[in-house]
Design a protein around this ligand. Structure first.
Ligand code: SF4
Length: 341
């Protein structure tokens, strides 16, 4: 797939006080992309479209160049201490995307150009916790790799954390546009994770993302660039021939990854789940989706504040978990399984 290019760009006037804001403006001008100014991202309301659905789709190809005002970072437990805010939103259309419920009615992509201010805040968080390590997650509210060919803010952040004794960075992506990140001076401080799945799941439910083979090839490149590597296999989904589908994933990864990269490899395993709210949104936005969300076939798992979710029945979940664990033990015996949930 081709790298993302927005159809419409909004620039907040304050963003032009920063070098990255000016750089992006001139880049989009040269590309001939329509640019509008907006005083605040909350005013990005006039996204064209005849219906709500069309507006949603157009918003997902709208790029807002803005300034991050809140420099208090959200926590990102358990995999990191803080979410480092570089961008929000994503242009892809994964049916089960978590952003559909978390970003509400702001599905456009917004990038922050005041990187030095964001780094100053990160520095303070690291100092507060030193000598303990502080981990920052860069993909809590977007797929940051998918837009980084435009901004290079992830690359800068990798290099910023690369210089920090007490800092670590992590993120996850479904995109293969990693070439510009391969020479970043990461110093082993960044864990580069790919969100992977069976070819079937990627084809059916993840429109607008890089393909199965593109992601695997990109993981090989990242491993060869000496980044600590990880995979989130999510959502683990029971489809026809799923055992074969996931086996193929591990066989391909095994063939792609250099031996030295396998010693420090992590896997995070997340079974498919949905909430009632998410199901309603998915049915509205992707009415033709074949994503199975039948409450009667699932187990209800109570969550915090009474907000539960539907997961697989215990027996199915155990079968999934054991199958994937067997594959990991067989192909990557030195890897660490961080969790199955
Ligand atoms: Fe959401 Fe990630 Fe898919 Fe983007 S790539 S739509 S962030 S799940």
């Amino acid at each position: 797939m081709k790298p993302f290019m927005p159809q419409l760009v909004y620039i907040e006037p304050q963003a032009l006080d920063y070098p990255l804001g000016r750089e992006l403006k001139s880049k989009f001008e040269k590309l001939g992309i329509e640019i509008r100014t907006t005083t605040s991202h909350n005013q990005v309301r006039n996204i064209p479209g005849d219906s709500e659905l069309q507006q949603y789709r157009n918003a997902k190809s709208t790029f807002v160049v803005g300034v991050r005002k809140t420099l208090k970072f959200d926590t990102s437990k358990p995999s990191a201490e803080y979410a480092i805010p570089l961008a929000t939103g994503c242009f892809a259309h994964c049916h089960y995307c978590y952003l559909q419920t978390t970003l509400g009615n702001k599905p456009y992509i917004r990038t922050y150009v005041n990187l030095d201010e964001i780094y100053d805040a990160a520095e303070k968080y690291m100092q507060e916790r030193a000598p303990d390590i502080t981990r920052f997650e860069a993909a809590c509210t977007s797929d940051i790799v998918g837009i980084d060919h435009l901004t290079h803010s992830l690359k800068k952040t990798i290099e910023f954390i690369g210089q920090k004794e007490h800092g670590r960075l992590r993120f996850v992506t479904k995109f293969h546009h990693v070439d510009h990140l391969l020479d970043a001076k990461h110093n082993g401080n960044t864990r580069f994770r790919f969100s992977m799945n069976s070819d079937y799941v990627i084809k059916k439910f993840e429109p607008g993302t890089s393909s199965f083979l593109e992601r695997i090839e990109a993981a090989g490149k990242v491993a060869n660039a000496d980044y600590p590597l990880g995979f989130i296999i999510a959502p683990l989904y029971l489809h026809d021939n799923w055992e074969q589908g996931y086996l193929e994933l591990f066989e391909r990864l095994e063939a792609e990854l250099p031996h030295y990269a396998r010693k420090d490899l992590t896997f995070e395993l997340i079974q498919h789940r949905f909430t009632k709210t998410a199901k309603n949104i998915i049915q509205k936005r992707y009415p033709k989706s074949k994503l199975e969300m039948n409450e009667e076939e699932r187990k209800y798992k109570w969550g915090k504040y009474g907000r539960g979710k539907y997961v697989y029945q215990t027996e199915q979940a155990n079968h999934l978990k054991e199958t994937i664990q067997t594959y990991i033990d067989r192909f990557f015996p030195e890897a660490k399984i961080e969790y199955f949930t």
